[in-house]
Write a protein that binds this ligand. Structure first.
Ligand code: ZN
Length: 146
C-alpha cells in the first residue's frame, strides 16, 4: 500500500490538461494501485491522476460498487441531466450543487490495455464526469450552480 499526497485547490497542477497514456507499463499500474489506496484512505469515491500530481489521463472510481480503473477515459454518450451536491478531495470540507448528465457512457482502456465501455447512472455518472473533468484541469467549483 502506497499513499500519495492529494493536491489541493490553488495548486497549478490541478489546472493543467493531462496527457494521453500511450503505453500501459508498470509505472501506470503502480499509479493505479497507489491512486486506489489513496482514494480509499481519504474516503473518496473517485480520484484523478492530476490530484496526485501526475498529468496523465488516469482515473479511479469506487462509489461503493467496486473499483473502476480508467485509462484515457472519454465520455461517448450522455442522457438527461440533474442537479446534486458534489465535493472533491482537492477541495476539502466544501461542496456545491452541479448539473451533470443522468446517464453517461464512458470508453476507456483498462490496465491490460483492453478497450472497455462502462455505463453509469446518477452518482456513477456524476463521478465519471467529475473525474474526467479533472483530466482537463476543470474542477467542480467551476460549475457550481448555487
Ligand atoms: Zn475531484
Amino acid at each position: 500500500m502506497a499513499l500519495r499526497q492529494i493536491l489541493e485547490i490553488g495548486e497549478p497542477t490541478l489546472r493543467k490538461k493531462c496527457k494521453v497514456v500511450k503505453e500501459i507499463n508498470e509505472k501506470i499500474t503502480q499509479l493505479l494501485d497507489d491512486m486506489a489506496d489513496t482514494m480509499y484512505d481519504a474516503d473518496g469515491v473517485g480520484l484523478a491522476a492530476p490530484q496526485v500530481g501526475i498529468l496523465k489521463r488516469v482515473v479511479v472510481i469506487d462509489i461503493g460498487e467496486g473499483l473502476i480503473e480508467l485509462i484515457n477515459p472519454e465520455i461517448i454518450e450522455t442522457e438527461g441531466e440533474y442537479v446534486d451536491n458534489e465535493g472533491c478531495l482537492s477541495v476539502p470540507g466544501e461542496s456545491g450543487d452541479v448539473i451533470r448528465p443522468y446517464r453517461v457512457k464512458v470508453r476507456a482502456q483498462n490496465r491490460f490495455g483492453e478497450t472497455i465501455e462502462i455505463e453509469g447512472e446518477e452518482l456513477l455518472a456524476r463521478a465519471f464526469c467529475h473525474e474526467i473533468d479533472h483530466l482537463d484541469g476543470i474542477l467542480y467549483v467551476d460549475k457550481i450552480v448555487k
